[in-house]
Unconditional design. Structure first.
Length: 172
């Protein structure tokens, strides 16, 4: 898996995967490092986020509770997928602290969407399914489009990270 290269020409954002998994052999030192890194991310997330992580996670929990039955929209929508919600939660937690939280959008097929939009010509939409697939589509200015799919498990895929970097770099 490729990493996003951060340099003077590509200063946004730094994606740091900080997951602690005891079942993968993480010891006491790894747990302490994980906790410290999480505290730093949480501290810096607040001033830069349009919506705080906590508010976004609360909104996601609300969707899961309210939309867990079929026909929640009156047009035969599928229940929101618990697997999709779990992946969206992890994705939001892994976003760099200086990236504003996206809008969370329940989708009628049971998937969950995340969307950033700037001035109409710059936007990026992700659709998370319960099986770990992220479908995306975006616009990075007039005529510059992107779409595709990536698998998501415990880190943000480099292709997805690159699209987020590009959106925030070019939407300025």
């Amino acid at each position: 898996m490729r990493s996003v290269v951060v340099s003077a020409s590509n200063p946004l954002p730094v994606f740091v995967s900080a997951t602690y998994r005891n079942d993968l052999g993480g010891g006491k030192e790894a747990l302490e490092l994980y906790k410290k890194l999480k505290d730093v991310k949480d501290h810096f997330r607040q001033p830069y986020s349009a919506l705080s992580l906590e508010r976004s996670l609360g909104e996601l929990d609300g969707f899961l509770e309210e939309l867990s039955v079929g026909n929640w929209d009156g047009f035969e929508a599928e229940p929101i997928s618990k697997g999709a919600a779990a992946r969206v939660k992890l994705f939001l937690e892994l976003l760099p602290a200086h990236i504003p939280m996206p809008e969370i959008i329940p989708e009628p097929d049971g998937n969950i969407g995340l969307e950033w939009e700037f001035d109409g010509d710059f936007w990026l939409i992700f659709s998370f399914s319960g099986d770990g697939t992220i479908h995306y589509v975006g616009s990075f200015g007039k005529g510059i489009k992107a779409k595709g799919s990536e698998f998501f498990s415990f880190e943000i895929p480099s292709e997805i990270a690159g699209k987020i970097c590009r959106l925030f770099r070019e939407a300025k």
